[in-house]
Design a protein around this ligand. Sequence first.
Ligand code: NAI
Length: 694
Amino acid sequence: MSADYALHGTVAVITLNNPPVNGLGLVTRTAAVDGIRRAQDDPAVTAIVITGAGKAFSGGADIREFNSPKALTEPTLHTLIRTAEESAKPVVAAIHSVCMGGGLELSLGCHYRVALPGAQVALPEVKLGLLPGAGGTQRLPRAIGLEPALEMIVSGNPVLSERLPALFDEVFAPGTDLVAAAVAFAEKIAPVRPLPKVRDRQAAHADAAAFLQAARARVAAAAGPFPAPLECVETIAAAVSMPFEQGLAFERERFMHLIGTPESRALRHAFFAEREAAKVPGVPADTPRRPVEQAAVIGAGTMGSGIAMAFANAGIPVMLLESSPEALDKGLTAIRAHYDGAVGKGKLTPEQLARRMALITGTVQSAEIAGADIVIEAVFEDMAVKEAVFRQLDDVMKPGAILATNTSTLDVDRIAAVTRRPQDVIGTHFFSPAHVMKLLEIVRGRATGNDVLATVLALAKRLKKTGVVSGVCDGFIGNRMIEQYIRQAGFLLEEGCTPAQVDGALERFGLAMGPFRMSDLAGNDIGWAIRKRRAAERPGMTYSKVADLLCELGRFGQKTGAGWYDYRPGDRTPHPSAQVDALIVDHARQAGIAPRRIGDEEIVERLVYALVNEGALILEEGIALRASDIDMVYLTGYGFPLYRGGPMFHADTVGLPNVLAAIERFAAGAHGEAWRPAPLLVRLAAEGRGFNDR
Ligand code: NAI
């Protein structure tokens, strides 16, 4: 049973009991319906209270039943709500802590609602590209009025119970025994007839038509490519224009429509992908973790100072170790300037600034960081330098300290091998700016201990990051894939595109930034250094020389005021550059490539399928644990559009046979040597399956 039944005098108390948040799964729904029926049949019962055990009244639908036929098995949520609403004896919802989605819809079917203050009340379906599908769009406007209901449903954001007087018949004083108070309330209202039903009320608004018209315009402008917010407005409008039953049917129809949209599928995929990413086979949730009370970061450059802020923002004390007082001072000044800027913008109070700065201390003595529980190395990307740092860490750090490297490309196993404790070594690959970007690639070395991995996964959460585990390879998941994407972008220039054309196509596809703007931001010299290394490592690998020629001109990007674009002093707006255009045309002529007109579709396919094909190799090699992990990397670290669900999910949506056909077409084109379809892609396409349903 996942709902308990107990008699408190003449009042039956049904307690939803499905940890962690009393999701309304089939077993819980069945037990709740049985409870209401049992109370009906017991002549001694005069009223019914429904409440929730533990940490919630109810968090709504049981996410474990998403995409499963169980969600549609009787008794459905609709049936449960109707059973409560049609009960001949009054039903009181007694709400505390969390009352969301289907939980709120259930309470709206009850005749009365009482609550403790501080309960989070929400209809968050829109965040999954849906709308409340169990009467929420019809009952909430009738319960609290059109305007506040629209705000809650369209935003999906929680509102505290004490701020919703119209929703509740009583909000008790803090600290009240909820069940005892709800039972007393139920005894009081037990004889009252007729039973009040939200469905019988009108959705109140002085000028509903004008309000809805304005809401349509406002919501459409804010929703971007997502259809759900506007669908929410239309179903809420039905609460005004249609009788209740007709409105419910309309809600159902629009809900079923949204379930099938690619945007909602993508949002649901991302929602589950984020949860999945935290799970690692062989590292169960109860794996012992090491304490992380004190952190240290080595190198106070771009990344080190950002990583230090990420720790301070999470309330974890952090020491910054630099090689010289000057470099340390530079890093601390940059941190201070960043926080001052945040105070200036009103994002941080002066007290918060003081608290965060107090958590960051600087040193140039390695002995001073010896007691840290975790140390993250963020020095220059040079194996010899990193090896020297790790030898030193091995000598000074206390036993059991986690030794992490922020390297973006280097071999974590080789770094671990210079220590006598490779089990303590792990990669923590932050993305720039490290205190902002959500992604943390967690690189699991051959010897990395399970407890170390579990600790860093938990630390990612504390730092408010999405941790995704990667195996060891050059570039790990994200940068290994992006190299192929950038490579295609270079080829497209030789074949007739301009940087602005390529960027524009990707940005219209939905990426936050096209490849050339991104390179200008990160610094074109980084890719230059990698290409020089590649020339030695993989002599057969072809790439466009245009980027090298650009770097030879010193056009490293925004930091030098010129890159793929021109920049005016103090302004990050990219302006197409005549010098770069001429460079591209000259180079193509010398290479003997005739320019042709290339459309958005080819540009997007070339770049995105380059990601997908490399992603398939990464998956097959076991570098990524699952396709959805790759999607998380791209959604949280590379600005891939959320409504497309990530590159692998996008490929599944397009259909792998179509992706493969495009790749085969490219393989016959001007830079065909860069395309070799990944065996996994070929196999899945032949089997009619997707990456995400392996
Ligand atoms: P950076 O050049 O801005 O900073 C490196 C800092 O390390 C300098 O301040 C330097 O004084 C210090 N340093 C060098 N050797 C040291 C030592 N032995 N002891 C103490 N401090 C030392 O470099 P950045 O960009 O911060 O990169 C650091 C690491 O992070 C590299 O491995 C890089 O590949 C990686 N990374 C960089 C990203 C980026 O976007 N810049 C993104 C993700 C990773």
